[in-house]
Design a protein around this ligand. Structure first.
Ligand SMILES: Nc1nc2c([nH]c(=O)n2[C@@H]2O[C@H](COP(=O)(O)OP(=O)(O)OP(=O)(O)O)[C@@H](O)[C@H]2O)c(=O)[nH]1
Length: 315
């Protein structure tokens, strides 16, 4: 069996939470991949937790004391010299002055834009893509609110900065769903960097020019390869679904139902503790879904979620 080197790495974030900057550090001469840019961090020592390793490494490498670190994604990558498992944390607060103690340089870059430094360690490409994803994934609910009201809600949310939207409404009659999807794509096109995904219908997504598709957990097991769209997401209900989505190279997933929902009040969700355990080894960013309110974003993130997906609570 290949030996895997466990690594803790930090995505340090600063500035506006809706459009943050993250830190990259340049590996110094004399190391493998010298001159490459990486996230600060390093190997987890025997008997050490990933979080403790992160705190230690950031003290040693940057001279700072981490105050808050939330687990995020975990990815594996095989280099000629080693196979690494990178456990990423999002670090929002710390104290102390940042200094390049062990690196040759540090740079803050805007999340979501193409990185202006190169080369970056090859394992980190999916991480940069994941960083571009916003914290809120809004799902349409025209079935309940009506098409006109839903388009008005979307218009308002786009003006408030919404950037990721799914046309769900699986039971709308096909012609109505088609027209709705077309109007959603037209509305979204008036704003920069908004991605619209169509639930369960690749043909509709292509016809209306949507940026991506959102696969149901059933579809996840029916397709053989990633559909050819800029963004592909999926609904997951457990560990097998998460592994399948990662194997297909999707961009992100929603995991739930988390809490009892308005549509299924009697059904217990998986709860935050199971959510945190499932997310711990996910290589894809995970949005918590089901019975959530916008103010639960921080709870979701502290449990390893990338963000939250809402059907009702967005505006
Ligand atoms: N810190 C960090 N390491 C990364 C990232 N991406 C990535 O593939 N790695 C790999 O994870 C390992 C990190 O271990 P490290 O920083 O303690 O080790 P190193 O190669 O610098 O050598 P060292 O043994 O002299 O400390 C390296 O193999 C490195 O190539 C990243 O973004 N940050």
């Amino acid at each position: 069996m290949t030996q895997v080197t466990e690594v803790a790495a930090a995505v340090m974030l600063r500035g506006d939470p809706a459009a943050p900057e993250f830190l990259l550090a340049q590996r110094p001469p004399g190391k493998v991949y010298a001159g490459y840019w990486e996230f600060p961090g390093g190997k987890i020592e025997p008997g050490e937790t990933a979080r403790a390793a992160l705190v230690r490494e950031l003290q040693e490498e940057l001279g700072i004391t981490v105050e808050q670190a939330w687990p995020w994604v975990c990815c594996e990558f095989s280099y000629p010299h080693a196979t690494v498992r990178l456990r990423f944390f999002r670090v929002n607060t710390w104290h102390g002055e940042l200094a390049a103690i062990e690196h040759s340089n540090l740079v803050w870059l805007p999340a979501g834009a193409a990185a202006s430094v190169a080369p970056i360690l090859p394992a980190n490409a999916p991480i940069l893509r994941a960083l571009a994803l916003p914290s809120l994934y809004a799902l349409s609910n025209a079935e309940e609110y009506g098409v006109a009201a839903e388009l008005a809600r979307l218009q308002n949310a786009l003006s408030n900065g919404l950037r990721l939207f799914q046309v769900r409404d699986k039971t709308l009659p096909p012609t109505q769903r088609h027209a709705f999807a077309r109007q959603v794509v037209a509305l979204a096109a008036r704003h920069a960097q908004v991605v619209v995904l169509i639930n369960d219908d690749q043909e509709l997504a292509r016809t209306v020019g949507a940026g991506g598709v959102h696969l149901s957990s059933q579809q996840l097991w029916q397709i053989e390869r990633r559909p050819d769209f800029a963004r592909v997401a999926a609904s997951c209900h457990g560990a097998a679904d998460l592994a399948r989505a990662a194997g297909l190279g999707l961009d992100f997933v929603v995991l739930g139902p988390l809490l009892p929902t308005a549509s299924h009040p009697g059904t217990a969700g998986i709860g935050w503790s199971a959510f945190a355990q499932l997310v711990e080894r996910s290589s894809l960013p995970v949005y918590a879904l089901g019975g959530l309110q916008p103010e639960m974003l921080e709870t979701a993130r502290s449990r390893g979620g990338h963000g939250i997906a809402l059907l009702r609570g967005w505006r």
